[in-house]
Design a protein around this ligand. Structure first.
Ligand code: OFO
Length: 171
């Protein structure tokens, strides 16, 4: 059985994951309107991943006798400046998500809820991967700068990352 405090904290994380999914969906749509198919495909897949992160939490809370609540979400921005700015926003967002997961881990230890602690380890590992991936993309885009040909190649490159980074929803 979940304590009220853990239930509340996990529910807040549902909202964070849902908002991540929305922001990345907005990024996908923006990139698509600019004709960058690779970046759009990458962001659509990332948005799906975040929805999966959210669903995992919903199921876990309900399985443990709590009630997963679905909250209203803030509307994400419509455009994101440049791709460099967009991927910086993505990276900063993931760092914020990692901090939030760390806080959840901390609360689960305080409450001696080892089942939740164990469940959260999946998110801890996932955040290491997501931050590394975002950092990797930022490094690439910093090398390219505003070079049009470079951006074209970058778009193709990111398309490949989408294939390799695709997730197993049952993981
Ligand atoms: Fe990319 O954040 Fe979910 O966990």
């Amino acid at each position: 059985m979940l304590s009220k405090e853990i239930e509340k904290a996990l529910n807040s994380q549902i909202t964070i994951e849902a908002e991540s999914s929305q922001v990345y969906l907005a990024m996908a749509s923006w990139a698509e309107t600019l004709g960058f198919e690779g970046v759009a495909a990458f962001m659509y897949a990332h948005s799906d991943e975040e929805r999966m992160h959210m669903l995992k939490l919903v199921k876990f809370i309900n399985e443990r006798g709590g009630h997963a609540k679905i909250a209203t979400l803030k509307a994400p921005p419509i455009s994101f400046g440049s791709f460099k700015e967009m991927f910086q926003t993505l990276f900063d967002h993931e760092v914020m998500v990692s901090a939030s997961i760390n806080e959840l881990v901390h609360i689960s230890l305080q409450e001696r809820d080892y089942a939740t602690h164990n469940f959260l380890q999946w998110y801890v590992a996932e955040q290491i991967e997501e931050e590394a991936l975002a950092r990797n993309i930022l490094d690439k885009i910093n090398l390219i700068g505003d070079d049009k040909g470079g951006l074209y190649l970058f778009d193709n490159d990111v398309k490949l990352l989408t294939v390799t980074a695709s997730v197993d929803p049952n993981a």
